[in-house]
Design a protein. Structure first.
Length: 501
């Protein structure tokens, strides 16, 4: 059982609440782009599938490289507020403006049907430029938001509790956007009297969700206080990049995260799949048709219950089990995730029937539990690596190491974007074909039966690559070096060092 470290500095209840509120808002913004903007680019303005994949991939790879740079900047920051707080105070406004700008674009499908190649090029170029700018602005706030946790508390139990709550709150913020932004935008389109592919409703919905998320994000900057503010020698950017690789336990986490990159396909595909497979293109029907609402609650609820349940249990579990062991056990969740595709092949047109939905809900719950445990274990292990580096080498790389978490997420999303782009291009799910499909569905076509190749591609991407990724990702962490007794020993020694300084 983890011991409470004597005389350890830690956060107050008010500081934790303000931090978690900011985390909620920040993850609203992330999913406005990761889920909402992707859907908007793919299914509303209908960008070319391969172009869209490369836009997201190139932007995410650049972000992945840019993250350690920002981590170095954070570590080299010294103000009266600390290292992370200044960025949390001023970054939300910047992110708000750039997120709104990403939605201000033309309609690619209409330009292509009109034969306007110049407009097609400009639309694609602005999508790429605005998305890259968004990623860079988001990085400025994301790394300090996670990097501040080890500076809010020296107590392992309090850190674990805050990380667990942060992951839960982040997922709830994501769920609000995933469930809300598309039906809200489609309802607004109908209010405006627009057709099924109109942009106006999505732009208004995107702006509204962004402004709310940004205001909530600002509360983290206002409320957090850095209790562990150790003055130390700073490193150059080159030294920081070298440090990320030279710290062996941290290197294992990085490699594991990249191997798990197909998990990002879930975020990319799930909202599109549900909107088309269960609602034939109009997600508002999920809230007006009782049967569809039940399906939404079973399928969506199953994933989030599994995810939240695993995250909520994490502080209890690590009192008896190493974080490393819990992390490696998440490989088992690849089994139920892969079985979802088997279920689809057994009943490709009938997964809306309650008997199949019930089985699907159980499999999704088990897969969601593994997903949730991965997220919280990864953050906890990175926090432990920061202590490991300070204990052994006297340098505390909060910014650089938590930039690794962002690095993993963004590089993984880039890899996942390329996977989805070429699978969708192979089956023809791209630009004007999506526009034609939307019009056919509005006229009464059935997605599962009339567009079976699209349906099969989505179910495959949602399940098979993520399942493989979950299983192989634990290979690097089998020999992860930081055990619970060793970490408790390090923390006790570090608390005494901090008191002396």
């Amino acid at each position: 059982m983890a011991k409470r470290i004597k005389n350890a500095n830690t956060y107050t209840g008010k500081e934790a609440t303000m931090y978690l509120t900011g985390m909620f808002g920040q993850n609203m913004i992330y999913n406005i782009v990761a889920t909402g903007l992707y859907y908007y680019f793919q299914n509303v303005i209908c960008l070319d599938a391969v172009a869209l994949g490369w836009i997201f991939a190139v932007a995410r790879v650049w972000d992945a490289i840019n993250d350690p740079m920002m981590g170095t900047i954070v570590d080299r920051t010294n103000t009266k507020w600390g290292k992370c707080k200044p960025y949390l105070m001023f970054c939300p406004i910047l992110i708000c403006v750039i997120t709104c700008l990403t939605f201000l674009n033309g309609n690619y499908a209409e330009a292509k049907l009109a034969g306007n190649s110049t407009a097609m090029l400009l639309i694609t170029a602005w999508a790429a430029i605005s998305y890259i700018l968004w990623g860079m602005s988001y990085t400025i706030g994301d790394i300090p938001l996670w990097g501040v946790i080890p500076r809010m508390s020296e107590d392992e139990g309090d850190r674990a509790k805050l990380i667990s709550l942060a992951r839960i709150i982040a997922s709830i913020g994501a769920a609000v956007v995933v469930v809300g932004i598309i039906p809200v935008s489609q309802a607004l389109n109908k209010t405006f009297g627009e057709n099924e592919n109109a942009q106006k409703g999505f732009i208004v919905a995107g702006f509204a969700f962004t402004i709310v998320g940004s205001l909530l994000f600002e509360l983290a900057g206002i409320g957090v206080k850095e209790k562990v503010n150790v003055k130390e020698d700073t490193k150059t950017m080159k030294e920081s990049f070298k440090l990320m690789w030279s710290c062996v336990p941290f290197r294992r986490i990085l490699i594991s995260g990249v191997l798990r990159s197909p998990m990002q396909l879930m975020a990319i595909i799930v909202i599109t799949l549900f909107t088309y497979y269960y609602c034939d293109g109009d997600m508002n029907t999920a809230f007006t048709d009782p049967k569809k609402l039940v399906i939404l609650l079973i399928v969506g609820g199953g994933f989030f219950i599994g995810q939240f349940g695993a995250m909520a249990l994490f502080p209890i579990l690590i009192k008896k089990i190493d974080t490393k062991t819990l992390y490696n056990l998440t490989a088992l969740s690849g089994i139920p995730t892969g079985l979802i595709f088997v279920l689809y092949k057994l009943a490709p047109y009938d997964l809306a029937e309650i008997k199949w939905v019930s089985v699907l809900g159980v499999l999704i719950l088990l897969g969601g539990a593994g997903f949730g445990l991965v997220m919280v274990c990864q953050s906890m292990m990175i926090s432990d690596c920061i202590d490991y580096e300070e204990y052994h080498n006297g340098h505390r790389p909060d910014g650089v190491f938590f930039s690794g978490q962002s690095f993993i997420t963004k590089l993984s999303a880039g890899i996942a974007s390329i996977m989805s782009a070429y699978v969708f291009a192979f089956v023809g799910y791209t630009d004007v074909n999506i526009d034609k499909m939307n019009k056919a569905l509005a006229a009464g076509a059935n997605f599962a039966k009339d567009y079976e190749s699209y349906s099969s591609a989505m179910w495959f991407l949602l399940t098979v690559p993520p399942a493989i990724g979950m299983i192989i990702a634990v290979i690097p962490t089998i020999k992860y070096e930081i055990t619970k007794p060793e970490h408790e020993k390090m923390l006790s020694a570090l608390v005494e060092r901090h008191k002396e300084k």
